[in-house]
Design a protein around this ligand. Sequence first.
Ligand code: NDP
Length: 345
Amino acid sequence: MFGLIGHSTSFEAAREKARTLGFEEFAEGDLDVWCSAPPQLVEHLQVTSATGKTIEGAYIDSCFVPEMLSRFKTARRKVLSAMELAQKNGIDITALGGFTSIIFENFNLLKEQQIRSTTLEWERFTTGNTHTAWVICRQVETNAPKLGIDLSQARVAVIGATGDIGSAVCRWLSQRTGVKELLLVARQAQPLLDLQQELGGGRILKLEEALLEADVVVWVASLPQTLSIDAASLKSPCLMIDGGYPKNLDTKASGNGIHVLKGGIVEFFSDITWQMMEMAEMDNPKRQMFACFAEAILLEFEGIHTNFSWGRNNISLDKMDLIGAASLRHGFQALGLSAQIDPTP
Ligand code: NDP
């Protein structure tokens, strides 16, 4: 059985969801009420692969909302309690979606294996980052040529290059895709230098500098709300893969020749009967989902019950190959730009 741990995109969206599901007391409650709310297993579902195999799963809402990010103890409790609920329900492999994997890593919750009477078994959980990284690379490879961008001649900026997903994307784009040059962007200097050495190349730049030169920009960092982009200074055409969470890049960069694609999103080949993705603001909620969620589904299809993506900067190209092949075999496709694209700037 696979599990998905998710959360609403905002406090208001969470209240709306509670109203839809009939949890009136939460729908009317303030943020403090939500802070003390336990996680809920809100939905059981079945998924049938393109190979014909059918598996069972469950969606757990952690009752976390981004407005709680500054409340360390609450965020920590929400994530760990949701994991405990997944394990108590006998779920073999559960993906930590949205902010939950970031909270797990950044708050170092690996130290907190004991939750009440439950010892969390880490092998039951995955961040889903290997599949997310593979999907983002595939989105670069298939969509850049649609805009007339020849990747062998292109500069690709990776914003968040030293992160778990970013570093995997850099490895793949330099070794497999063969882009002309990687532009590496993050805030801390030493991890950037270490990455540059590991890759044997790539140029370290500030965000503003990288944006001026990039034909493709891969965003794999949660950026401040205040970030503004001077769209007029971007190259045209410019492919922007919005791999961060939440996905709000289209509100910051738009204009002639700028093509923003939601990154790390996959579409399944057939409809899935579930309510939860309706709330995740997907264009086609019966088929589209975050690639990290799809990783748990893929691991269940493949019978791989282990924490496939875990820790930081452990994603190898071999693992990306494995999960990528499974993704295609079971009927997932990376989200692409619409067919109606005029490649002229
Ligand atoms: P990490 O915490 O491992 O990495 C974050 C990276 O972003 C680091 O390189 C960090 O480096 C950099 N960074 C953070 N803030 C800034 C900033 N203001 N300017 C430039 N660089 C910055 O995160 P992950 O790799 O796990 O996840 C990356 C993003 O992908 C997140 O936003 C996450 O929510 C999203 N995600 C999306 C998924 C999907 O859509 N399917 C699935 C999973 C994750 P430094 O600290 O040095 O700046």
